[in-house]
Design a protein around this ligand. Structure first.
Ligand SMILES: [Zn+2]
Length: 121
């Protein structure tokens, strides 16, 4: 018998944006939580679970998380470059920043294409 489920722990998980699932922990018989990080765990015993319908679903889930993370990283880069461009007073530096901006925007375009191709959006 695992430790009794902590209501506070479950409340904290929900507050942090975790989602309660319909699956239950086979040991504790209480609902599993899917964290914002994508991990699924039992709030009582802490066991991590991987709930996937099949390997195709698993691959799609992996592609989705990777693409979304990449998109966020690129957005951060674009923001930084935008700030740099605003501050710059040097033409050559500005052109370098613009070239970087174009490359990141192209990367975003490709991501959109990948999303369409894999029907993620
Ligand atoms: Zn458990």
């Amino acid at each position: 018998m695992a430790g009794k489920p902590s209501i506070k722990r479950m409340a904290d998980l929900l507050k942090s944006g975790a989602v309660m699932l319909s699956h239950v922990c086979p040991n504790c018989k209480i609902p599993l939580f899917k964290l914002k990080t994508g991990e699924t765990l039992c709030p009582s015993c802490g066991t991590r679970y991987y709930i996937v319908a099949d390997s195709r679903e698993e691959t799609k889930a992996l592609v989705t998380t990777t693409i979304e993370r990449l998109e966020r990283t690129i957005m951060t880069k674009l923001n930084t470059l935008n700030d740099m461009l605003g501050r710059s007073t040097d033409y050559n530096e500005e052109m370098q920043i613009v070239n970087s901006l174009i490359k990141w925007l192209e990367a975003l375009e490709r991501i959109e294409r990948i999303k369409r191709y894999t029907k993620l959006s």
